[in-house]
Design a protein around this ligand. Structure first.
Ligand code: GDP
Ligand code: ZN
Length: 458
């Protein structure tokens, strides 16, 4: 693979706003030529910092700072790369970008540096994604997992599967090429054993990937219940005293309140539905529609009930919710039920003695909260901090599931003594699914989707 375009791109690599240092990155055939137009003719040693002034096209000095030249192919993108490190002011950096554009560079699109690194075989797709995940990491655990992926931990496991699959394909296809011996070849038992082993390994990788996705994206929990049941108090209690991160999450509508916290390193995204109400107002209805669209994507519904006024029938969810939230009942999300204000009702705090996924607690005093926290981690399948071997995304999990489905189908063909060609086809499909993970096999639109979600300058 090689980068289709060799045009030279430029972007500010540091975060927007003011900072001590601001970094501009150029990549492409003309990176060095363009840099020279800003810094003047002077000799640059590869990968060494040189102090220089940076001039605009009229020869006016914009700033001064360091120049670093990374010759191709030993650079991040595999192309000629120059970094200009000036002062971190937005005006200065914009003027530097404008000067580079004046000299023929093009403003980089989101993720374009990483995309070029991928296209030039500097890293595979999971590693490129890991860069974005490392930068976006919201917990130490997710940062650690992303770093493992960046260093190739995930790719290695996938590549091991692919290598074994290729061996198996060679064997099966050889068997097909000698039809008179095909039956013997395939029914010997060796192929079935290898296939079973491969399925077991792929299942292990899938389990790790699920864990890796969990530390990255966490569990999304919708909190519902009547006014004053204690939803807000419960959110605060879950966040706890030293709940490391309590942040506003982008995409907040005025109908749902979102908070991101963590439970022992597992991100927990809380959506409070308190703002959902009946409305005749058109704009408000649109807000409510959007809120429900968001809620539909959640992993679990947590219904809070005041234990002092608990109805007899806890199975009829709709009766526990206010009118405006009753459609939550139709969502088909797994439900956790909290009977709150145990300190007032006198019920002993802890897991409900008769009902599964039901917890008696006091959000105000904290009694019974630990059982709820343990339950939420268990429900998500969280294995605890330092248990994730690499970070993963939904698309990786889908691809692993596709590969496993193809392998299972192949095993079934073999079992039913179907034609070798059918088995060969399943193995081919499994390999293709696995190679989508690392990007050895990719559709162009997939690449576009992945890299366009990066920020500019990455
Ligand atoms: P929301 O409307 O569902 O968000 O309910 P809030 O969290 O705002 O709580 C409503 C009221 O109940 C507040 O006055 C809280 O202090 C009180 N409250 C919440 N949880 C408890 C609890 O466990 N015990 C007691 N005694 N009061 C609570
Ligand atoms: Zn509230």
């Amino acid at each position: 693979m090689s980068a289709a375009s060799s045009d030279t791109i430029v972007a500010i690599a540091t975060a927007p706003g003011r900072g001590g240092v601001g970094v501009l990155r150029l990549s492409g055939d003309r990176a060095l030529d363009i840099a020279r137009l800003l810094i003047g003719e002077r000799s640059l040693s590869p990968r060494k910092a040189h102090f220089s002034t940076f001039k605009d096209p009229e020869g006016q000095v914009i700033d001064e700072g360091l120049v670093l030249w990374f010759p191709a192919p030993g650079s991040f993108t595999g192309e000629e790369v120059v970094e200009l490190q000036g002062h971190g002011g937005p005006v200065i950096l914009d003027m530097l970008v404008a000067a580079c554009v004046h000299h023929g560079a093009r403003q980089a699109r989101a993720g374009e540096f990483s995309q070029r690194a991928f296209l030039n075989d500097k890293m595979d797709l999971t590693q490129a994604e890991a860069i974005a995940d490392l930068i976006d990491a919201g917990t130490r655990e997710s940062a650690r997992a992303a770093l493992n992926s960046l260093q190739g931990a995930f790719s290695r496991e996938v590549n091991t599967l692919v290598e074994q699959l290729i061996q198996l394909r060679i064997y099966v296809e050889a068997a097909i090429d000698f039809p008179e011996e095909e039956i013997d070849f395939l029914s010997e038992g060796g192929v079935a054993d290898d296939l079973r082993g491969l399925i077991r390994q792929a299942e292990e990788v899938l389990a790790s990937a699920r864990q890796g996705r969990l530390v990255r994206e966490g569990l999304t929990l919708v909190i519902a219940g009547r006014p004053n049941a204690g939803k807000s108090s419960l959110m605060n209690a879950l966040a706890g005293f030293d709940a490391a991160i309590v942040t506003e999450v982008a995409g907040t509508t005025r109908d749902v309140l979102r908070e991101a916290i963590q439970l022992d390193g597992m991100p927990l995204n809380l959506i409070d539905t308190a703002g959902l109400r009946e409305s005749g107002d058109q704009i408000e209805q649109e807000g409510i529609r959007r809120a429900f669209a968001e809620i539909k994507k959640a992993d679990r519904l947590l219904v809070v009930v005041d234990a002092q006024e608990t109805p007899d029938n806890l199975d009829d969810l709709a009766t526990l919710l206010p009118q405006s939230q009753q459609q939550l009942d139709d969502l088909d999300l797994p439900v956790t039920l909290v009977l709150n204000k145990a300190d007032l009702s006198g019920d002993p705090p802890g897991p409900h003695p008769e009902r599964p996924d039901t917890f008696i607690l006091s959000a105000a005093s904290g009694d019974g909260m630990d059982a709820l926290r343990r339950h939420l981690k268990a429900a998500a399948g969280y294995q605890g901090e330092a248990q994730s071997r690499f970070s993963a995304r939904r698309r990786h999990i889908t691809a692993l599931q596709d590969a496993l489905a193809a392998l299972a189908k192949g095993a079934d063909q073999l079992h039913r003594h179907a034609a070798g060609e059918l088995l060969a086809e399943d193995l081919r499909a499994a390999q293709q699914a696995l190679e989508e993970i690392t990007g050895a096999f990719t559709a162009d639109d997939l690449l576009g989707r992945i890299f366009s979600s990066f920020c500019i300058g990455k």
